[in-house]
Design a binder for this molecule. Structure first.
Ligand SMILES: C[S@@+](CC[C@H](N)C(=O)[O-])C[C@H]1O[C@@H](n2cnc3c(N)ncnc32)[C@H](O)[C@@H]1O
Length: 265
């Protein structure tokens, strides 16, 4: 089966096991606070980005029908400087209908056509957790790093809490992040920003006790299932980047054991 076909099959199985409106913000009340917390992690991670979004070139890898682009446009990224890529033709068609000014490409992110160093920010959201194939993910990670300009950023918004027994899912834990992005690459981890709660808890609270959502997240950081990792590719900054006040942290300093503690910032 082609990679596009197997991706389509993955989603057929996923929505077959769950209700069709599993991720529908309008009709599923379990989604709202999960989405708010996830968006919060993106915005807070972006505080550390030292470029002018209006000038920056942005790539959304595995963009789907473009759900995350809305929040990135709200942060000031200009549609004409944004590109989305996804392997599924129907999702790209939906994204084009939603965002006619944005360029969308149907293709495999493990072999992208963009020249080296094209983008100031390379973004992905919830793609790696749905791709348990590490060889494929390593190829995608390599490509994300290649198309990011030296001094540019990579923002990975994904699930980091392992889900044992589910072969269709593989969390983007720190160990996996290290293997995918830090073996032989000149990339630093700038920030880890916690976001949504693990789905059963987060969805329950969002639906039945929304006012408790952020309180629970604060007092139970170990229930946070999603994070935003902000990485930076080393190299000389161009005029887009202002002075860098961040103190980058080498990922190798961390172990998987401190993952939840480090997230609770
Ligand atoms: C969980 S969805 C996330 C979509 C979007 N980022 C969002 O948050 O709404 C993962 C997306 O990655 C895409 N994808 C999976 N494998 C891919 C590949 N090899 N190349 C490009 N896109 C891929 C899927 O088609 C799917 O749209």
């Amino acid at each position: 089966m082609s990679r596009e076909g197997s991706t389509r099959e993955w989603y057929r199985t996923y929505y077959g096991k769950r209700c069709a409106n599993r991720n529908d913000l309008r009709t599923n009340r379990g989604v709202l606070f999960q989405a708010l917390a996830m968006e919060g992690s993106v915005v807070q991670a972006c505080y550390a980005i030292q470029h002018d979004p209006a000038q920056a070139k942005l790539l959304d890898v595995g963009c789907g029908s473009g759900a995350d682009l809305f929040q990135l446009l709200r942060l000031g990224y200009a549609p004409e400087n944004v590109v989305g890529i996804d392997i599924l033709a129907e999702r790209i068609a939906a994204a084009r209908r939603l965002y006619p000014q944005i360029r969308f490409v149907q293709g495999d992110a493990s072999c992208m056509d963009f020249p080296d160093g094209t983008f100031d920010l390379v973004f992905e959201s919830t793609m790696f957790a749905t791709l348990p194939d590490d060889a494929l993910c390593a190829g995608i990670a390599r490509e994300m790093i290649r198309v990011c300009r030296p001094g540019g950023y990579l923002l990975l918004v994904d699930w980091w809490m392992p889900r044992p027994g589910d072969p269709a899912y593989k969390a983007l834990t720190r160990d996996r992040l290290r293997r995918l992005f830090f073996s032989g690459s000149d990339v630093e981890l700038l920030k880890t920003q916690r976001g949504a709660l693990v789905p059963p808890v987060g969805r329950f609270l969002s639906r039945f006790a929304p006012s408790m959502y952020f309180l629970v997240r604060r007092v139970c950081p170990f229930l946070v299932g999603q994070v935003a990792y902000l990485l930076r590719k080393s190299g000389h900054s161009t005029s887009l980047a202002a002075s860098d006040h961040d103190q980058p942290t080498m990922l190798s300093e961390f172990t998987e054991d401190d993952v939840y503690a480090k997230a609770a910032v």
